[in-house]
Design a protein around this ligand. Structure first.
Ligand code: GLN
Length: 294
């Protein structure tokens, strides 16, 4: 009989198995830490501790799934975003750090005590809606998704975080928002072109295609969101949209065509165009929206 596998030996073997991943060693530590419910520092400090046969078998199974390409976030069932961890499943896009830029730009436009209505269209795991709800507890947030499987993940995230001012609605884009206007409309819609080779690489292979791809130029959903914005914004309200690194000019053009004002594009931390936005002019009266701020 061979000796029981130690943490160190299991990590070394997993790192070899994950040699096709850029950060195989780090991923092995994350997966084992998750399995044992221990921090990385603990694994390193107690690396000569043996794993039980069951732990070793479960770790090997996770490492095999990762070696076959499954995203770490789906293997763990969670991903950090903003100031919390969100449950994720293959029904939801994995929240990206770039999307925190959209949250920051939204918060710049929402005074701390604002009691405004905000909508997150295509909420997925609920990342954007929940970040806004956490930071602006007086706002009413409506989050929409066309996938009921995604909405149940999002709803559970909201419940676990105690962010009960988010209202979850099932439907396509503005479908469940008929006749309603918002101070802020936010979306990280699908924006990858159908033929983009990235869809066949890395994590994207495992994420919902409906959350990633949007027509031949990737702009199909952005077009719909921009076209419908004026009917769902309060005067002075903002539409803020995440988009691809090369879509800034096209999105800006669409925002102009929709009659929005104060149009801008902002780069993410990598220096790529990532979020564009525009504002409905304040020419008409509003009593409970952004133009009331003055
Ligand atoms: N930013 C993601 C990616 O390129 C795409 C997310 C999206 O389509 N909204 O991997």
């Amino acid at each position: 009989m061979s000796h029981a596998t130690t943490i160190a030996a299991a990590l070394a073997e997993a790192t070899q198995r994950l040699a096709n991943q850029q950060e195989g060693r780090r991923e092995a530590e994350i997966l084992l830490g998750h399995l044992l419910d221990r921090a990385r520092g603990w694994l390193l400090a107690f690396s000569e501790q043996p794993l039980t046969a069951d732990q070793a078998a479960r770790f090997t199974a996770l490492v095999e799934r990762r070696a076959a390409g499954e995203p770490v976030a789906y293997l763990l069932g969670e991903r950090g975003f903003w100031r919390f961890d969100l449950s994720v499943s293959p029904a939801t896009l994995i929240p990206r750090p770039e999307t925190e830029l959209l949250v920051e730009l939204a918060l710049e436009r929402l005074p701390p005590l604002a009691e405004w209505a905000v909508a997150d269209l295509g909420t997925g795991s609920g990342a954007i809606a929940l970040a806004i709800a956490l930071e602006r507890p007086h706002c009413r947030v409506v989050a929409v998704d066309s996938s009921s499987a995604a909405l149940s993940v999002a709803t559970e995230n909201g419940r676990r975080l105690g962010l009960n001012q988010v209202e979850w609605r099932h439907g396509e884009w503005y479908g469940p928002l008929q006749g309603e206007r918002f101070a802020l409309l936010l979306a990280n819609p699908p924006y990858i072109a159908e033929g983009d080779p990235h869809l066949k690489q890395g994590d994207l292979r495992f994420e919902p295609r409906s959350a990633l791809a949007a027509g031949a130029d990737g702009l199909d959903d952005l077009r719909q969101l921009i076209a419908g914005a004026a009917a769902h914004l309060l005067p002075g309200g903002w539409l803020l949209l995440e988009h691809g690194f090369d879509q800034g000019p096209a999105v800006t053009q669409l925002l102009h065509e929709a009659g929005l004002a104060e149009i801008f594009t902002q780069q993410d931390l990598a220096g790529c165009d990532r979020v564009s936005g525009g504002r409905l002019s304040t020419s008409s009266e509003a009593t409970n929206g952004p133009s009331a701020e003055g």
